[in-house]
Design a protein around this ligand. Structure first.
Ligand SMILES: NC(=O)c1ccc[n+]([C@@H]2O[C@H](COP(=O)([O-])OP(=O)(O)OC[C@H]3O[C@@H](n4cnc5c(N)ncnc54)[C@H](O)[C@@H]3O)[C@@H](O)[C@H]2O)c1
Length: 277
């Protein structure tokens, strides 16, 4: 999608971190914004900040894990702006632990947001973009969708799923001859609120207690704090949309870990240990 001026961007997880940075970058490019997030106060603050800079913004409280919520988001976007051109399925949460220790509730919470959120986004918005014969879908995965770092079982599972769903979406659109573009975003650590994902835990998924989860959470906070700026990720996303580039890998120093995994698979070797991503 070469010309972003006047086009409409729908961004989930738009209140914070990568979603907010993409919204800021999209507004600078002249796009109208539909920001969707579960955190109402942060959402309103972000929307108001962008309005203050002159952007046209519709703010919609959603739970991406709920299909009806995403259908309502599409309807609100169409009611306000009449079209949707860029869909960024970006909302996500993380929690760590040894894979066998993760509670059933945590699996359901993380799969609900990171996996079902993207499923609903693809299901609800793709037909609209196909009908318009124009548009681009960006799905936020992670480098953890291309490797399998320890302590991140449910997160890794969802991010691998987002990579393969994005590749399938790309190929399915080619099969039907649609010009709609697709990208999958695979960053390593970015300075955002992801290590405080517990702020959005549903009541039925209480935080696990004990030294293990606390240790993982502390390490995560440090790694995220040492990550790259979300604005750099947003630049890469908008560049990929304009250039119609599929894979968005923002951390060059992490690419050898992806290559190593591919080589281990094709050469039949044991997986080598990885540091936490
Ligand atoms: N920060 C990193 O290091 C990193 C690395 C790779 C991938 N990612 C991915 O980037 C995406 C954005 O995360 P971020 O790092 O900006 O973190 P963030 O916490 O700053 O932003 C995530 C946003 O998603 C929202 N959200 C959470 N649950 C939701 C739900 N059920 N419905 C709607 N919105 C919900 C949160 O309120 C928040 O505004 C996620 O998919 C994450 O997995 C982040």
């Amino acid at each position: 999608m070469e010309d972003l001026q006047g086009k409409v961007a729908v961004i989930t997880g738009g209140a914070s971190g990568i979603g907010r940075a993409v919204a800021e970058r999209a507004a600078t490019a002249g796009m109208k914004l539909v920001l969707a997030d579960i955190e109402e106060v942060a959402l309103e603050a972000t929307a108001n900040a962008l309005r203050g800079e002159g952007a046209e913004v519709e703010a919609v409280v959603v739970d991406v894990a709920d299909g009806a919520s995403i259908e309502a988001l599409r309807d609100r976007a169409l009611a306000r702006f009449g079209a949707v051109h860029l869909v960024h399925n970006n909302a996500g949460v993380g929690a760590g632990g040894l894979i066998w220790d993760v509670s059933e509730a945590d699996w359901k919470w993380i799969l609900g947001v990171n996996l079902w959120g993207v499923i609903h986004g693809i299901r609800v918005f793709t037909p609209l973009l196909i009908e318009q014969k124009e548009g681009h879908i960006v799905n936020t995965a992670s480098l953890a969708g291309l490797t399998s770092p320890p302590f991140m079982g449910p997160y890794n599972a969802t991010k691998h799923a987002v990579v393969t769903m994005s590749e399938t979406l790309y190929r399915d659109l080619q099969v039907v001859g649609s010009p709609v573009g697709v990208s999958v975003l695979c960053p390593a650590f970015v300075k955002t609120g992801i290590a405080e994902s517990h702020r959005n835990r549903p009541e039925w998924a209480p935080a696990p207690e004990g030294d293990g989860p606390e240790m993982v959470s502390g390490v995560m906070q440090q790694l995220v704090a040492a990550g790259i700026e979300a604005s750099a990720v947003a630049d890469a996303v908008l560049d990929a949309v304009v250039a119609n580039r599929f894979y968005i890998l923002t951390h060059e120093d992490s690419i050898p870990a992806v290559a190593a995994r591919m080589e281990e698979i094709v050469e039949g070797r044991q997986p080598t240990q990885l540091p936490l991503l």
